[in-house]
Design a protein around this ligand. Structure first.
Ligand code: NAP
Length: 300
């Protein structure tokens, strides 16, 4: 194995440390505590785990954490009323509605009801438009975390060929916009892309956000390329005991690490950066709301 392992877990701890420092200085100098509200509808076990861990880390960096846990049959009107109340609450600077929502709720409508300046997930149509036109926005957390790791590893990304596999609104598209913003030459690949292996072989940077376990093999990777694996897939792992599972990414780690110059592992790569960037976005939103300078290095 030759690739340098990009340690997302350690990098995320550094980002959270910077957030904590900024939160402390906001409190000391201005008496302001950034506040993050998370809204969870229903009892999806994975979502419950995410929300718990977001709440814990929010408190750890010194911010105020508010959780709204709503029944699975909450009506759209009731959910919108809560968002409305959070939109006007001056103690709340970031609002996150945990996705997916139950089927009877209109996700687009709910996300677009969040005040754009408090939309710390960066999914509001205004933030999508601002990002697409190169203006200051709230940037989706997962691609922001990938960008931070790439900038940290490479310094400048200017002129590099980047291939993003996946065109979702939450990862692939904003990732491509961010790489374009850093002057990469960007290709977005998806399920209809012809000759995907050849497309990927041209990349200095590969970001895999597909949702297919270990789909990208090492022989698609240009020697020395940087591989960012966004995928989180759970596979059965009977070798670990009955009913046990293990997490794998969208790239085949061993074969890719043998040829790549650098690679993020799963777990311990992109995943921890996502929550760290949520906290970073909240402190950025708080600074903007109060007309204060934004922390350095915590946004795109
Ligand atoms: P998604 O909405 O399902 O999008 C998957 C994308 O992959 C689609 O654009 C799809 O193309 C493309 N695709 C599917 N099969 C393909 C194939 N055989 N060849 C090329 N492209 C293919 O997924 P997502 O929400 O972006 O998430 C992607 C992965 O990242 C998942 O494993 C998810 O769990 C993970 N994730 C991780 C984090 C984190 O914090 N680390 C955050 C979010 C997501 P079409 O558009 O043509 O269908």
């Amino acid at each position: 194995m030759s690739a340098k392992i990009i340690d997302g877990k350690a990098f995320a701890a550094t980002v959270r440390g910077k957030v904590a420092q900024h939160v402390a200085s906001l409190k000391d100098a201005h008496g302001i505590t950034p506040g993050l509200a998370v809204v969870l509808v229903g009892e999806d076990p994975a979502s419950q785990v995410y929300v718990r861990s977001k709440g814990k880390l929010t408190v750890e960096v010194g911010m105020k954490s508010v959780e709204h846990k709503l029944d699975a049959d909450t009506t759209q009107a009731d959910l919108l009323a809560i968002i409305d109340q959070l939109n006007t609450d001056p103690a709340i600077h970031g609002i996150l509605v945990q996705l997916p929502l139950p089927d009877h709720l209109n996700e687009d409508l709910v996300i677009n009801a969040i005040a754009p300046e408090k939309d710390v997930d960066g999914f509001h149509i205004s933030n999508v438009g601002l990002l697409g036109t190169g203006q200051k926005s709230m940037v989706p957390c997962t691609p922001l975390g990938c960008l931070m790791m790439l900038r940290d590893y490479h310094g400048s990304l200017s002129g590099m060929n980047a291939v993003v596999i996946g065109r979702s609104n939450i990862v692939g598209k904003p990732m491509a916009q961010l790489l374009l913003g850093d002057s990469c030459t960007v290709t977005i690949a998806h399920s209809r892309t012809k000759d995907l292996p050849d497309v990927v072989r041209g990349a200095d940077i590969v970001v895999a956000a597909v949702g297919r376990p270990q789909m990208v093999p090492g022989d698609w990777i240009k020697p020395g390329a940087t591989v960012i694996d966004v995928g989180i897939n759970r596979l059965d792992a009977p070798e670990r005991g009955p009913g046990k599972t293990r997490l794998v990414g969208d790239v085949d780690y061993d074969s890719c690490a043998a040829v790549a110059g650098a690679i993020t592992p799963v777990p311990g790569g992109v995943g921890p950066m996502t929550i760290a960037c949520l906290l970073a976005n909240t402190v950025t939103a708080c600074c903007r709301a109060n007309g204060l300078p934004e922390p350095e290095g915590l946004t795109a």
